[in-house]
Design a binder for this molecule. Sequence first.
Ligand code: CAA
Length: 379
Amino acid sequence: MNFEYTEEQLAVRDAAREFTQTELLPGVIERDTEARFPHEQIKKMGELGFMGMMVDPKYNGGGMDSVSYVLAMEEISKVDASASVCMSVNNSLVCWGLEKFGTEAQKEKYLTKLATGEWIGAFCLSEPEAGSDATSQRTSAELNGDHYVLNGTKNWITNGSTAQVYLVIAQTDLSKGYKGISAFIVEKGQEGFVIGKKEDKLGIRGSDTHSLMFTDVKVPVENRIGEEGFGFNFAMATLNGGRIGIAAQALGIASGAYELALAYSKERKAFGKTISKHQAIQFKLADMATEIEAARNLVLKAAWLKDQGKDYAYASAMAKLYASEVAMKVTVEAIQVHGGYGYVKEYHVERLMRDAKITQIYEGTSEIQKIVISRALIG
Ligand code: CAA
């Protein structure tokens, strides 16, 4: 048993930490207020290797392990969860999905650009009537010679307008249920592909979340990922890793709020002493630190299992469930420690609380994580 990080993992964490202070912190409040996507920052994240961290270097990736990835995710999420969700979707859903299940030609054409951040990817599973119940896909893909004809609507798509590459899940044979679902690569700008309305959200307001409409979009057969009927398993396998990324995001939001609360408690005076000397605040900080550490251990365990090539579906569901609940709880407490200052934008913690909420919803709600966990327990 070894709880030490390697030198390489620490170097990645420190590089991410430095980047957040110099590039992400300035302007983060304004980007949130104006719901503005961090284009320049994401470009720099690509240049620094944060957009394809685990991809094999032969496809222009960083060749790093999942532990390094979650350390970077935690740091970036402490400051800007809008940037980190873009990073998480690109790394763990799009790049991983293509590297694991794509053909050599798909990897050459798409992964090599996605891994550097030159292109951004989106993962399109959710629909107006298929959120948690993801097998109820209505989007259809009908084979017609050398291409499929794609029709339907996708909802709440992260990187909806910034992406160049969209991994789209669709029904190829309704009669087969989830065994009739397939996955496709769709490029921006294809005829009949319309980027719909941008969502006006509670949190992660800098992230561009859109609906997408497909009307008779021609998708070449060579853009199908895996065999026909593999799409649902593709989505589930990919989400297992995605949930580690979102768990790390939740952990980062929690630890960012905790660090702000700790620093503030050592400055703010009340009743003749800093509030950190009051037991009411000390106990809050102790609870926050303990729960964050427990969440961190779950997240790292899931990442470690993935790195070891062991099954991590159960561990990633647990990590996401727990870390997202901790993120919500800790950010609320961080506001309480700040008192009235916590309720205004300048102090960051109110944004972190708004950002925390989505971690209990996307890539599988807390209730879905409990389904995954209990099915693994009970069989
Ligand atoms: N890992 C691997 N395979 C899984 C799996 C998992 N975690 N969960 C289900 N499967 C497989 C099953 O093994 C089965 O396949 P086989 O028959 O080949 O063995 C198949 O999927 C169907 O499984 P179920 O019968 O269990 O299906 P279900 O309908 O009862 O439940 C579910 C499945 C777990 C509830 C699933 O629908 C689910 O995970 N829903 C949540 C969807 C979700 O996470 N959406 C997130 C959207 S993406 C997003 O948010 C990205 C973003 O932008 C940030």
